[in-house]
Design a protein around this ligand. Structure first.
Ligand SMILES: Cc1ncc(COP(=O)(O)O)c(C=O)c1O
Length: 394
């Protein structure tokens, strides 16, 4: 790992020492991240833009982006300007596509001044970026967002060629690419045809847009025609098949994240006793139970009441009762545990993977990842050793 970010990290033994005091934390396996990147790259054979928006789907935007850059990734995507700026502040040089909306002159200037590529779809945006470019004496880089039918944001495909011709003519603005997003249904082939028609019309005007992109994970898996010049995987990069149908995709993914915590307290309860708010669990017999110091503050869905599968001492045990803000209870019958024992709330395989947990909770796996708390420490592993730590708690 030749990246400055990792060189500046505490040593593995320092990280292990800090971990002894954590009540809950996330473990990020960078080898799995690399494996998924390789699988996706080999499958598509085109440029991969790593979607690291929303704190890299909870995995931690800076360590993940730093690691991907060290593995040769040239493009990443964010949805918040502050994440793009954090990436630059961390000294990372890769191209960043920022999908955030800009309002102030200061924001336009900071995008242009930091060499961030801005997604645009209005003349107003193009002109403001051009003004910033003139002010700062550098080019503004843009990707044009084309609306081929999602009707979220983007210049309508029928007006896109004219718009891109206009932007292309602005002296301070460089059109790096154009992109669109599929509905992920039967409309997709029509949507792709619309983007390709924009490209064909531009070619008749002598304009070549260097990068065309439509595919996120779904099309990366299932729609080779949609790969074009660049794919934009998010969920698959983190080793998750978003839906059951995706398990047939010809890529072998390894989940990157796991969620661990420590038992804070153990007790015996007697048959008939209620456990947690509303007596959500009533003991059917005398039993040993443990309390884990993590809850829905940390991102455990409240829908996991009585339904969680927690790995303790090598066995999956059921969660007991409701999920509190900061407590989660587990059945400890037949397992060895004491205060401080490490348990796995979300595992990379077995009964408590991200997908299985999301399914049990009735959540999308996207929501599950996006609810992992920013302040939960994240420990990054490579070769089985901790190589980086994100800890905003100290
Ligand atoms: C424009 C765009 N491209 C790509 C992605 C990545 O999607 P996925 O996580 O399904 O790969 C997203 C995520 O929502 C997105 O907004």
């Amino acid at each position: 790992m030749s990246n400055d970010y990792f060189a500046a990290q505490p040593s593995p033994s320092e990280i292990k020492e800090k971990m002894k005091g954590y009540s809950s934390w996330l473990e990020i396996d960078l080898d799995h991240l690399e494996h998924n990147l390789e699988q996706i790259s080999r499958h598509v054979g085109v440029t991969v833009m790593a979607v690291v928006k929303n704190n890299a789907y909870g995995h931690g935007v800076i360590p993940v982006t730093a690691y991907l850059e060290s593995k040769g990734v040239e493009w990443c995507m964010v949805a918040k300007l502050y994440e793009a700026l954090k990436i630059r502040e961390a000294g990372l040089k890769l191209d960043i596509l920022n999908m955030d909306v800009l309002f102030t002159e200061g924001q336009y200037d900071s995008v242009v001044g930091n060499g961030i590529t801005q997604a645009i779809y209005t003349r107003d945006d193009a002109e403001k970026l051009n003004e910033s470019a003139n002010r700062l004496g550098v080019n503004a880089k843009v990707f044009i967002k084309v609306d081929t039918g999602l009707n979220r944001v983007g210049v309508r495909h029928t007006e896109a060629a004219g718009f891109i011709e206009y932007v292309h003519g602005l002296e301070g603005v460089r059109v790096m690419g154009m992109f669109s997003t599929f509905q992920q249904n039967f409309e997709d082939s029509k949507m792709l045809a619309k983007l390709l028609a924009v490209d064909a019309e531009l070619k008749t005007k002598g304009i070549e847009v260097p990068i065309k992109s439509m595919a996120s994970t779904d099309a990366t898996f299932h729609n080779p025609a949609g790969w074009l010049d660049l794919v934009r995987p998010g969920m698959s990069l983190y080793g998750v098949y978003p839906e059951k149908k995706d398990l047939s995709a010809p890529v072998d993914l390894k989940q990157v994240l796991s969620f661990k915590a420590r038992i804070e307290y153990i007790k015996r309860i007697t048959r008939g006793e209620g456990v947690t708010y509303w007596g959500k669990f009533i003991a059917p017999k005398d039993m040993t139970i443990g309390t884990i110091h993590a809850g829905f503050y940390d991102g455990i869905p409240r829908e996991m009441a009585n339904m969680g599968r927690i790995l303790v001492d090598g066995k999956y045990k059921s969660s007991l009762g409701s999920v509190s803000l900061n407590h989660y209870l587990v059945d400890l019958e037949g397992v060895d545990a004491e205060k401080g024992t490490v348990v796995e709330i979300i595992g990379r395989e077995g009964e408590n993977t991200l997908s299985k947990t999301a399914e049990t909770a009735g959540w999308m796996v996207y929501s599950l990842l996006n609810h992992l708390h920013m302040n939960t420490p994240r420990v990054y592993y490579s070769g089985g050793e901790p190589v980086a730590l994100l800890d905003s708690t100290s």
